[in-house]
Design a protein around this ligand. Structure first.
Ligand SMILES: NC(=O)C1=CN([C@@H]2O[C@H](COP(=O)(O)OP(=O)(O)OC[C@H]3O[C@@H](n4cnc5c(N)ncnc54)[C@H](O)[C@@H]3O)[C@@H](O)[C@H]2O)C=CC1
Ligand SMILES: O=C(O)/C=C\C(=O)CC(=O)O
Length: 353
């Protein structure tokens, strides 16, 4: 076994249907009095329900979370929290809402309680992203890690099936890249394989029975594990490519992860055989790239970049941007191979092995 560093992060997790009802006592544990509840405009009703549960301990609802956290929104939310005398924030939603909470925590130190409603995994990480003047800056900072995470599958029952599948694929991407990370370790590898297995079983079931609480719980469990992998080890080619495609070409986050993952795995397959073996084993398949492609396609998710807003004439530029910074990846970044990866993802080809 190689030498390794393992870092355990101290979030408190409540898991199970109905756990949201313990929110007020969780605020007591944190020693806070008033919470600003955060959401997207689409999830305002859920945020109001949470504020209703808190009664006088709710300072108010801020419902302007949007993808990629514009700095103006973060400043507005911070100012709102100060005006209302909030001493903590409760983020009810997916990666965008948790991301807004993190932006508030980054310079105010306000404790965040996360109530995730997608499978993106941001609630488990110290990674934040803020967009200023059209540029998204990401970083890692312990201050943004939510203090408490409440995984209540009841809140995910309304996540549309299409979004559930792509969000689940986003989670699988964290675990898959974690398995070949240069900073991987045996403990996180266990979580990664189990996270992929749990989602590989849950996603087809969830498509058939989106309102089945047990299936939703299994998907959240997988997402939790995959988010922990993202938090714990460095990501590689797949995440960098998705960052480029999302940031520079405005492609949707979870769908982009869904389309690119089989091709990023195919690119790395020969250089990371043990990771491929574990991904394939978790999905009860022979080939990791083919198994993630099939999981997406068979569950109605997009498999081609051209179907999610990418233009053929932008592929060269995407390749150039992706090559600008070299970063650790099992297989070195080679222009011709990377350009082919993008072409295959654009066309939605099933990996050949
Ligand atoms: N910092 C980190 O560690 C991570 C950050 N992210 C960031 O998170 C963002 C993407 O987050 P996602 O969760 O994919 O999407 P999202 O948070 O943008 O949500 C997508 C849409 O689904 C709606 N929605 C969410 N949960 C719902 C539910 N249960 N029922 C009905 N509607 C629901 C939202 O209101 C929104 O309209 C990106 O900006 C990405 O960069 C993603 C993963 C990790
Ligand atoms: O790309 C991901 O799924 C993981 C991290 C982020 O999205 C960070 C961010 O850009 O907000």
């Amino acid at each position: 076994m190689k030498d390794f560093v393992y870092i355990g992060r101290p979030a408190r997790v409540l898991f199970g249907p109905g756990t949201l009802r313990q929110l007020a006592s969780e605020l007591d544990r944190l020693g806070v009095r008033k919470a600003l509840v955060l959401s997207t405009p689409e999830q305002r009703a859920s945020a109001e329900q949470v504020a209703g549960m808190l009664g006088e301990r709710a300072a108010g609802v801020f419902d302007r979370a949007v993808m990629h956290v514009p700095i103006e929104t973060a400043r507005e939310a911070r100012a709102h929290a100060v005006r209302l005398g909030a001493d903590c924030a409760v983020a009810v939603g997916g990666g965008s809402t948790v991301g807004l909470g993190k932006a508030i925590a980054l310079d105010s130190g306000l404790p965040i309680v996360a109530v995730p409603t997608t499978y993106a995994g941001s609630e488990m990480t110290t990674i934040y992203g803020i967009t200023e003047a059209g540029l998204k800056k990401t970083g890692r900072d312990d201050r943004v890690l939510p203090r408490t995470v409440i995984y209540d599958p009841e809140l995910t029952l309304g996540l549309p099936v299409g979004m559930s599948i792509t969000s689940g694929m986003n989670a699988i991407a964290h675990a898959a890249e974690g398995l070949y990370s240069t900073t991987s370790n045996p403990i996180i590898d266990l979580m990664a394989e189990e996270g992929i297995r749990a989602l590989g079983v849950a996603l087809p079931r969830l498509r058939a029975q989106p309102r089945d609480l047990e299936v939703r719980g299994n998907a959240l469990y997988g997402a939790w594990l995959c988010g922990t992998v993202l938090a714990s080890v460095e990501m590689a080619l797949h995440h960098k490519l998705c960052h480029t495609l999302g940031g520079s070409f405005n492609l949707p986050h979870a769908e982009t992860h869904t389309v690119v993952l089989p091709h990023a795995l195919a690119y790395n397959a020969k250089a990371a055989p043990e990771a491929m073996h574990r991904i394939a084993r978790a999905l009860e398949a022979k080939s990791a790239p083919q198994a993630v492609y099939d999981l997406a396609r068979d569950n109605g998710a997009p498999v081609a970049l051209r179907d999610i807003g990418m233009r053929a004439e932008d592929l060269d530029r995407a390749c150039d941007i992706a090559l600008q910074n070299q970063y650790p990846n099992p297989r070195p970044l080679e222009r011709a191979a990377l350009r082919q990866l993008l072409q295959d993802a654009y066309e939605g080809k099933r990996p050949s092995e």
